[in-house]
Design a protein around this ligand. Structure first.
Ligand code: C2G
Length: 447
């Protein structure tokens, strides 16, 4: 008798799950299915799990493929289960290819091709809130998005579009998703769009996606002109759609906690915010060669301006940019200095100068400091006049951290969230205004 085992969350049960179990069962005589507990999913960073453990077990049971259902509570459990149940074959979807090769010491390991299309008919019948998301663009950030999206229950990555068909094909193959050479077909197949194309193309894609009735999550900087941001938010509202700027820091739990403390009065009235983020780029990278839309500020300015707007608001009296350029006139290091009615702030970013990369929030009673990489905040300290009175805060930041914004985007779509306050439309508009002003002063703003 061949004994097979597989594991999963099986939330919002869909045909991807069904087909996986069906094929797992066909590979042997006896199938054991491990269903994850809420606590285990939380520990491994899965967000938004909707169904209870009981419902998820019921759904697996209903398929009729499982001869036995167990629960999975911890990461080390698989090896023990395989030994305990004398398992011959471990089966899992191909989105996990390679991850479970260590189990080959104990049994055979098979990765089954994941199901690319979760059909909308099945979803409608089940009244399931799964959103099929399509990706525009195939760069580094798009590649980070997919594994993160897989950890957010209720989102399924449907496919990719890139006018450079070869890049799109390679990307789709790597991530086992569909490729749509035609943009109309792409829109037809998805409920929401993640835009990770070059900055200057965001505006056109956002408008187009909204016109096709799709919710939009767009990478920062969303657009490079204030009027465009205003127009797009108004348009999204008219169409009853969500438009959401993805600055991952804004949605990560640690940064959120830091802002809560900053605004609670603990460190008194805030008088100074200094945010710095530098990253040395390889010669020849897009960021250092695109003299129109590359450079330090378009790349990193959204991160460093974010805490300033969150803490002091959008109404600054003065804004000045000091910039170091390369031979082609591209900004390598930029300091944006803000003057607010009750405080001052600097946003510093660099691609060609390395600095400490710290976030400092100074108030009349104390200060908060988060060291690099504060844009993925997992630890910060609160200091007071008495040097020994230090308060230390830690918070989880899992993986690349995009799962937090994806999860909030989904919650807004499903109407179950109040997360608009983490990055408001007004703040996104103000960020576009700051980008516009910078590019204007650099003489780089085309019509
Ligand atoms: N699956 C699939 N096609 C999809 C979605 C999921 O084939 N479109 C497969 C997954 O690869 C997995 C199973 O269905 O084998 C269950 O998926 P999830 O519920 O998302 O669970 P997962 O997070 O993959 O848990 O210990 C838990 C395991 O590591 C897997």
């Amino acid at each position: 008798m061949t004994k097979v085992i597989t594991y999963g969350t099986f939330d919002l049960f869909h045909e991807g799950h069904y087909r996986l179990l069906q094929r797992a069962k066909a590979l042997g005589d006896y199938l054991i299915v491990g269903v994850t507990t809420e606590a285990y999913d939380k520990a491994r960073g899965k967000l938004n799990v909707v169904d209870s453990l009981v419902t998820r077990i019921e759904n697996v049971k209903k398929t009729g493929f499982a001869d036995e259902i167990i629960i999975e509570e911890s990461p080390g459990q698989k090896v023990n289960d395989i030994r305990k149940f004398h398992i011959d074959l471990f089966v899992i979807g191909s989105d996990w290819t390679g991850v479970f090769d260590y189990l080959k010491d104990y049994c055979d390991v098979v990765y089954l091709e994941r199901t690319k299309n979760i059909s909308s008919t099945m979803l409608r019948e089940q009244n399931s809130p799964i959103q099929r998301i399509g990706i525009i663009g195939t760069g580094r950030i798009a590649a980070r998005f997919i594994p993160e999206a897989r950890l957010v229950s209720g989102i399924s990555t449907q496919g990719v579009y890139n006018p450079h068909t070869k890049s799109a094909e390679a990307f789709a193959q790597r991530w086992e998703i569909n490729v749509y050479p035609d943009l109309e077909d792409f829109y037809e197949a998805v409920d929401a769009v993640y835009i990770a194309s070059p900055h200057e193309t965001h505006y056109g894609y956002i408008r187009d996606a909204l016109a096709h009735g799709k919710h939009v999550l767009c990478e920062k900087p969303m657009v490079l002109k204030q009027k465009q941001a205003e127009e797009l938010f108004t348009y999204a509202k008219e169409k009853g759609l969500i438009l959401f700027e993805g600055i991952k820091t804004a949605y990560c739990p640690g940064f959120h906690k830091l802002l809560g403390i900053a605004c609670s009065g603990t460190i008194g009235c805030i008088r100074n915010v200094e945010a710095c983020f530098t990253k040395l780029e390889a010669q020849g990278s897009r960021e250092l060669t695109d003299t129109m839309y590359g450079g330090s500020f378009t790349e990193l300015g959204s991160y460093v301006a974010l805490p300033i707007l969150k803490i002091f608001g959008r109404e600054f009296d003065e804004l000045r940019f000091d910039t170091i350029h390369d031979g082609n006139g591209l900004d390598l290091f930029t300091k944006a200095s803000f003057l607010f009615p009750a405080g001052i702030a600097t946003a510093t970013c660099g691609l060609g100068v390395k600095s400490e990369g710290r976030l400092l929030v100074a108030g009349t009673k104390g200060y908060i400091v988060a060291e690099a990489p504060w844009w993925k905040t997992s630890y910060f300290e609160v200091h007071y006049e008495k040097a020994e009175a230090v308060e230390k805060y830690s918070e989880t930041f899992l993986g690349d951290g995009l799962r937090y914004e994806i999860s909030d985007f989904l919650a807004l779509i499903n109407g179950s969230s109040s997360s608009e306050f983490k990055l408001t439309r007004g703040e996104s508009v103000a960020l576009a205004g700051i980008m516009e002003r910078f590019l204007q002063e650099e003489g780089r703003l085309g019509e």
